[in-house]
Design a protein around this ligand. Sequence first.
Ligand code: ATP
Ligand code: MG
Length: 421
Amino acid sequence: MIRKVKGTRDILPPETTLWNDVERTALRIFGGFGYSEIRLPLLEPTELFVRTVGEGTDIVSKEMYTFADRKGRSLTLRPEGTASVARAFIENGLGQRPQPLRLSYFGPMFRYEKAQRGRYRQFSQIGIELLGAATPAADVEVIVALHTFLAELGFDDLIIALNNLGDPEDRERFIAGLKTELTPHRDELCGDCQRRWEENPLRILDCKVQRCRELVAETTPVADVVSEDAARHVAAVEAGLQEASIPVRRAPRLVRGLDYYLRTVFEVISPELGEDTVICGGGRYDRLISDLGGAAVPGVGFAIGEDRLVDVLPQSFKDRALEQRIVAVLPVGGAAAAQATSLARDLVLSGVTAHTEVTGRSLKACLKWATKMAASVAVILGESERADGVALIRDLDRGEQETVALGDVVARVAELLQARR
Ligand code: ATP
Ligand code: MG
């Protein structure tokens, strides 16, 4: 047997229904805030991520699916979406459109990680980006849109954690101070942090090892050393969120795994998955587009991990999404088969889900199948009913049956299903 690649997943029905509903809700809510979908390639030049996400990050240093194509070009299966949005912004001259530009995206990302619950090698993200606005109001909008989407899914226990990373210049000062404070304990840091010390010291703040966490807890928070401008910016974001009644928690050690973030950074934490498996990460990235050779276009956005989100969806949302109202169309005897299909078509066009029996089962087997398929109603097309121009409609939940003229079947089925809501 051939098995799927490690860290990839088969998402089967009915779980796919949840995914579809989540994506539809995202399109509705983010679309409502003015974000239009952009569809981007899964394959990008490797250099795009090296230059934006950053060489010293976990993503670029050890998680990318990078390979040479048949002409020897180095390509990478995208590990995230924002870099591609920035590339597409420059390449398609999107700066010519009315600014700011609001974009959303969906789809698979690829990272070579240790596969476990909530951590896959192919996973999906839903993200939005607001490009061309440097104001705190832009950060507030993005977080309000995020909160609205999550509330619409029925979440009421998620925590939005926020921090101020300052500007790149502040960060250099912060890192120098951090190293000074940690130097007496350098030997106590874990192996990964020893590597981070040279390559990406900011990530020491993100280490999950207990001793590293204890040492980091003693250091000066990054928000304490940022410029006055950056401090004012994030304070205004917090004030805006408070005004919108969106609870956020300051997380002084929060850093993101990508180099391009500055000032506002945030995460969404689910109590069920815990702090090491966050649902969403985002922040501001005012230098990303200019670093890629574009104009000085500021941006802010986030990416939600859809796998993790679906994993912890509230029961109320799942019940609603998975609620089924299926009609089984059951032809008995070969002659009724074609009639069954056209009746099913009429039912489908009336907005009902109709499953037609197409394997030629006996009436008894048909009804058994209909029950197994969780149908609420069965329409039975038998020989004698055919001759009389009628059908039998059976309410499978109540066990009641009635004879209805063929022309009235669609309307009667609608009534029966309506009564179920
Ligand atoms: P983590 O700290 O969990 O590794 P990250 O900081 O690498 O996350 P981001 O790059 O910010 O994550 O990606 C945004 C979101 O995408 C994450 O919050 C998470 O929900 C999701 N995500 C990231 N990596 C994976 C993965 N390997 N499997 C499933 N979801 C993921
Ligand atoms: Mg990661």
